[in-house]
Design a protein around this ligand. Structure first.
Ligand code: C2O
Ligand code: CU
Ligand code: CU
Length: 564
């Protein structure tokens, strides 16, 4: 009798240390109902942690299944005491249905986006995108997965029985304060959650098993792999299948990125393999790799998870299911990136900071902070564009584009590796790197509501590392060209200015600059010696508001500045 009790206690302890991985239910269309509400979870002994969740969940939300080609309607109810938005990350939708910071849902209000699913089968997700509050709301748990299915993917022999041989794996690393509440600036993160489960295990059958990996962390990059360096296949990137399964032992995912992987668990029956992050292999500068040596007096930013290898999910391999998938196809699809020569233009986006040494301060695109009052780019519909991302800061930033999936052309001049050769909507740009991608802005125009591009480190996004763009009908460009150009390529700063006014000139080639009073009187015409980063001495001007007129190769641009 005694022996049995002891055994029973032992089992209880073992079980309490590990929790079965929570697998959210699926919602099928065409009508979806999501209610975001406040809830709580007992993550730790003592205080409960306040959370945000959807529908009946205490944390996260249901998995939405979208079929390509179907017309869907979503009702989002905001039952929070706070304004929010819900964004369908990676999904190609009209700007008014995108759920960015311009689509606020007031407390108690409802939002009804509807659109036709045009995306390739892959794993996407949804999360709040509230102006300056994305981090706070998302790390409380307001997120969920979207699975898009299409005919190409459905015709392939791949594991796709949700919760049986095909699993959502939403990985978050979080920091909780001494009151057990999630902290948006989670640079000392030490709590790992998979689908909201701490210390999880998953029972998976001894056959081909598909994991849909999503890095939903605020900051951390994971370098996923399995114990024993078990090889696995990556079959999909952010926005679609790869051309062929990519056999590898690691896959690096920055915040916002997804990958679908298939593991052959057949030989592992009765044992377990662990999903790990091999942080020791990440370079300095990527959050998750070793912490950079910091100047004295800097705020603490070391996490026990930085630069080390750690377990994320234990997978216990159990008996095969009926009709198991035991091999996967050697070809999956054919991706056809737009050829570089077809590009209508290149835009350069530099990642900048107040100072090169800043690691936790504000970061910018092209030295300017996001503003709800400014549209950064105006893009003609069907424009094929190359965006060149240049990271001039000391930390890696995952760049995310709304509206379209893109193809990476090169990283520092070299072709992307197989893992990143498919459709993408987030790309990690390490310090000093430059990445070029190509995309085409198709299908939807809107002259009022913009799409966003931003760093997917949520605190950086909230701090202003974000920009906006409108996709416009070509007729919108007749006659008002300068409006579009002024905001996207020309920055006059600082504003207000004291003695010096600078003009950063990207690709235009400035010919002439004139400064006018608001009454239209020309007061200054500096000589132009160089074609980039002009500095104009304005110390002779009286305090007040001026117009600056800039003549480029083929345009006349005018903007306002204040002399103080
Ligand atoms: Cu996942 Cu603009 O966001
Ligand atoms: Cu997005
Ligand atoms: Cu960033």
């Amino acid at each position: 009798m005694k022996k049995i009790i002891i055994l029973f206690l032992f089992i209880t302890i073992k079980v309490s240390a590990q929790n079965a991985l929570f697998v959210p239910d699926t919602l099928l269309g065409p009508f979806y109902n999501l209610t975001m509400h406040q809830d709580s979870v007992q993550f730790f002994p003592g205080n409960i942690s306040h959370t945000y969740a959807f529908n009946s969940y205490h944390y996260l939300g249901p998995t939405l299944i979208f079929y390509r080609g179907s017309h869907i309607n979503i009702t989002v109810n905001n039952a929070l005491n706070d304004t929010t938005t819900v964004h369908w990350h990676g999904i190609h939708v009209p700007a008014v249905a995108d759920g960015g910071p311009y689509s606020e849902i007031m407390p108690g209000a409802t939002w009804n986006p509807s659109f036709i699913v045009m995306d390739n089968a892959a794993t996407y997700w949804y999360h709040p995108h509230t102006h300056m509050k994305t981090a706070e709301q998302a790390i409380k748990g307001a997120a969920g997965l979207i699975i898009v299915r299409d005919n190409t993917e459905s015709a392939l022999v791949l594991p796709r029985k949700y919760g049986i041989d095909d699993f959502p794996i939403i990985v978050q690393s979080q920091q909780y304060d001494s009151m057990n509440q999630a902290m948006p600036l989670g640079m000392q993160d030490s709590t790992l959650l998979v689908n909201g489960t701490q210390n999880p295990y998953l029972n998976a059958p001894a056959q081909m098993v598909r994991l849909r990996l999503l890095n939903a962390s605020g900051e951390r990059t994971f370098n996923f792999g399995f114990t024993g360096n078990m090889p696995f296949y990556q079959i999909a990137s952010d926005g679609g299948l790869l051309d062929t399964p990519y056999l590898t032992t690691r896959i690096r995912l920055a915040p916002g990125e997804r990958a679908e992987v298939v593991l052959n668990l057949t030989p592992y029956i009765g044992t377990s393999v662990n999903l790990m992050s091999y942080g020791s292999e990440l370079p300095i500068g990527i959050q998750g790799g070793p912490t950079m040596p910091m100047p004295p007096g800097s705020p603490p930013m070391d996490s026990p998870l930085n630069g080390v290898d750690y377990n994320i999910l234990q997978i216990n391999v159990i008996a095969q299911t009926m009709n198991p998938v035991t091999t996967i196809p050697t070809t999956l699809t054919t991706n056809t990136p737009y050829p570089e020569v077809s590009a209508n233009r290149t835009r350069t986006i530099r990642f900048t900071a107040d100072s090169a040494m800043v690691m936790d301060g504000s970061f910018y695109f092209n030295d300017s902070s996001f503003s709800m009052m400014r549209i950064d780019y105006r893009i003609p519909i069907n424009s094929v564009e190359i965006w060149k991302l240049v990271n001039e800061t000391m930390v890696a930033h995952p760049f995310h584009l709304h509206d379209m999936q893109f193809f990476i052309l090169d990283r520092n001049g070299a072709l992307p590796n197989a893992s990143e050769a498919g459709r993408k909507d987030v790309v990690l740009v390490p310090p000093g790197d430059s990445v070029r991608f190509i995309t085409k802005f198709t299908d939807y125009t809107d002259s009022i509501t913009p799409y966003m591009f931003h760093c997917h480190i949520l605190m950086h996004e909230d701090d202003g590392m974000m920009g906006s763009f409108l996709v416009l009908d070509s007729s919108a460009f007749i006659g008002i060209n300068e409006l579009g150009i002024r905001n996207e390529e020309l920055r006059v700063y600082p504003n207000p200015a004291t003695n010096e006014l600078r003009i950063r000139n990207y690709e235009l080639g400035i010919k002439e600059v004139k400064i006018f009073t608001i009454m239209g009187e020309a007061v200054l015409q500096p000589t132009i010696k160089q074609l980039s980063n002009l500095t104009i001495d304005i110390s002779s001007l009286a305090k007040g508001i001026y117009f600056i007129q800039i003549k480029t190769q083929n345009q006349l641009l005018t903007t306002k500045f204040i002399k103080q």
